[in-house]
Design a binder for this molecule. Sequence first.
Ligand code: CXF
Ligand code: ZN
Length: 375
Amino acid sequence: MKTKGALIWDFNQPWSIEEIEIGDPVKDEVKIQMEAAGMCHSDHHLVTGDIPMAGFPVLGGHEGAGIVTEVGPGVENVAPGDHVVLSFIPSCGECPTCQSGKRNLCDLGALLLTGTAVSDGTHRVTANGKPVIPMTLLGTFSPYMVVHKSSVVKIDPSIPFEVACLVGCGVTTGYGSAVRSADVRPGDDIAIAGIGGVGMGALQGALNAGARNIFAIDPVDWKRDQALKFGATHVYPDLASAMMGVAEVTHGKMADKTIITTGELKGEDIDNYLNMTAKGGTCVVTAVANMMETSVTLNLAMLTLMQKNLQGTIFGGGNPHYDIPQLLSMYKAGRLNLDDMVTRQYKLEQINEGYKDMLEGKNIRGVIRYTDADR
Ligand code: CXF
Ligand code: ZN
């Protein structure tokens, strides 16, 4: 079918809304009418080239929620009419890694940046006959998608789409960074750097896990106010002031766990984050740096002598097929505030405005809300 999508054709160019063609679902594929798509910082990483996809044009978007309209043969996890969230990481449940329990590290993840369909290795999306690379095998910046069943998670239909889409990446990544990767324990002091969709997910994870102090670091005044509203105990505009504040509050112990959820990460910052972390503590690296960056500033002796852990994480170390419905059930039970994380809603045509707002720190999360007028 012909539809439209937000594409980028080269680095550092604006998103361009253009006609695209999406193939019908083949074996193991699901067609979805999209209702909402979250604007995560990682889509902007495609624009800057920090995360390069296999080529151009790229169809953006990896946070989304919608309604299944059609399924190909072999699809049993969802049926037409089901409400679903797209997981930015596929999780097949069958590969050796999934079988070992590491569902966020599914072997299908190898295809994440290639743009070729899991089912048959071809391109499901084209523009003027040219293959289009959908972000993380999805491409939620289009009112319709055809994707592999391993990226599709059925949800409770009573959840509004504009909040449901957040658990396809940001919230689940942040929440899991706290409760799984950092293993926040009751009474822990937690530092979180970067208060966007991921950071606010981490903050809520730390809160629910029983953190004592939550130190939120963000240069934007309004985001620090939001962090306090969501349960942070102390806020700081930058690393230097946070270092002094955390030292004072913890009497020099520092944060048991530090979680880095900034939009951009530099190798030279790592030592500062480890200095903010207590001896025996864990620094969780959730933020994504430029893929070519290999240099890190790190006092190796202190890493050893203070017995610190430096822990990378993707999708919060969780299982999309478990965590997505679980977090939405917590939202429904009033234990997870997703409503206040959706700062603004946009039309697909306003995507560049949405990303400008994100870069200016105006949004915790901006969400594209599709209507019939988009289709
Ligand atoms: C990213 C991680 C790197 C690949 C693209 C998606 N995660 C979420 O924003
Ligand atoms: Zn994301």
